[in-house]
Write a protein that binds this ligand. Sequence first.
Ligand code: GLY
Ligand code: MN
Ligand code: MN
Length: 453
Amino acid sequence: MQSEYRQRREAVLEAIGQGTAIFCSAPTAVMHNDVDHLYRQDSNFFYLTGFNEPNAVAVLAPSHEKHKFVLFVQPKDKEKETWSGYRVGVEDAKTKYGADEAYPISELGKRITEYVQAAPRLYYHFGNNKAFNERIIRLWQHLLARMTKKGKGPVAIEDSKLLMEKFRRVKTPYEIEQIRKAIAISVEAHNTARDMAKPGMYEYEIQAAIENIFRREGALGPAYPSIVASGENACILHYVENNQPIKDGDLLLIDAGCAYEYYNADITRTFPVGDRISEEQKIIYNLVLKAQLAAIEKVQPGLPFNAFHDAATRVITEGLVELGLLEGDVDELIKAKKHKAFFMHGTGHFLGLDVHDIGILRNPDKTWKSFVPGNIVTVEPGIYISPNYEPERPKEPKEGEEADKLPQPQIEDRWKGIGVRIEDDVLVTETGHEILTAAVPKELPNRALTAAV
Ligand code: GLY
Ligand code: MN
Ligand code: MN
């Protein structure tokens, strides 16, 4: 495993030339009073080190003669470890994590100059760790002041997030293997949830069963707050209360995936719980499925990133027009973003160490970048018709402006309160794609479903 992290560091060391990259661990986060949230390492820090303790700094310094990779870590401390758990310590930072040199974090100020003074630039991401951001600025100012005497030093700071996205959006075979494990556990959880869900159960019972499987099967836990949304709750995109009883005739939307070894799965399925389904639920479900299948077809090496969202948007908009839920010319509706009344999010995102993984989608000239083998994206169109849906009142045109030519129509109540999303995780391969989450069924069940009353 260490060889995987070493290879990643070597690739970054090569990319930064003589520059020095500094990565700070994620800060701890307070849950309430003096109780912390479960610690989650910063993804770039973890990507390069596999080290998951707070109060640590990793330095990649190709310009240093001997120490290309340096770790600053919390030292071993018997008393502190009694309270907050095992620490790797300075020695094992070298022997177990492959650092050429390691120091206690308290020595950062004293030692860091050695690793940055000869570098023509620094790589650092100004993230939400404000205290550390200020430290980097002070360090840089110090080095700039010295430059008049020393004649060298970092003249610029480049964003290390931009640096890292180039590597992280193409997954290594090891990463794909970890994501497959996260997905295998999440697939089992979804299939169990589908089998157990019955009218009268509470949403949290399903959530508990899903998260029980996550932990039992060795996952760290949910990759994000699980969504178990029955009936009209599914129209709230980030519904996480999960505290309502499931009714006969409800569709149940489950968006849940686990984190395994820091890699994530992200799966959504929507299915009827009882023996009834309304014609409207069936129509909306099949429209989302059609859009999702059309979008997946556009996840291919060489195709631009926008193609899959455009495909889903077109299918959904055409369908909504046919149903009378939108009115007007399909192209004009899409251009005016009128589909957003019912499909208000993007069709997908990269998946990896972060659920919404890093990856820049456009070139500097604004053209879209294309998929390459090793990308993993979610494909997750949806339609959400709020129970309180009212057409947006057309805005009063300002002077010289035309009136909105595409006002939203009134819709019949029978459509209201239906929310459907279907989400798969898709790997781009040399020849096309592989749907990694295909083992969770997404056709409506064959069992007889009578019309809801
Ligand atoms: N579950 C988060 C997402 O689908 O993006
Ligand atoms: Mn999701
Ligand atoms: Mn997603």
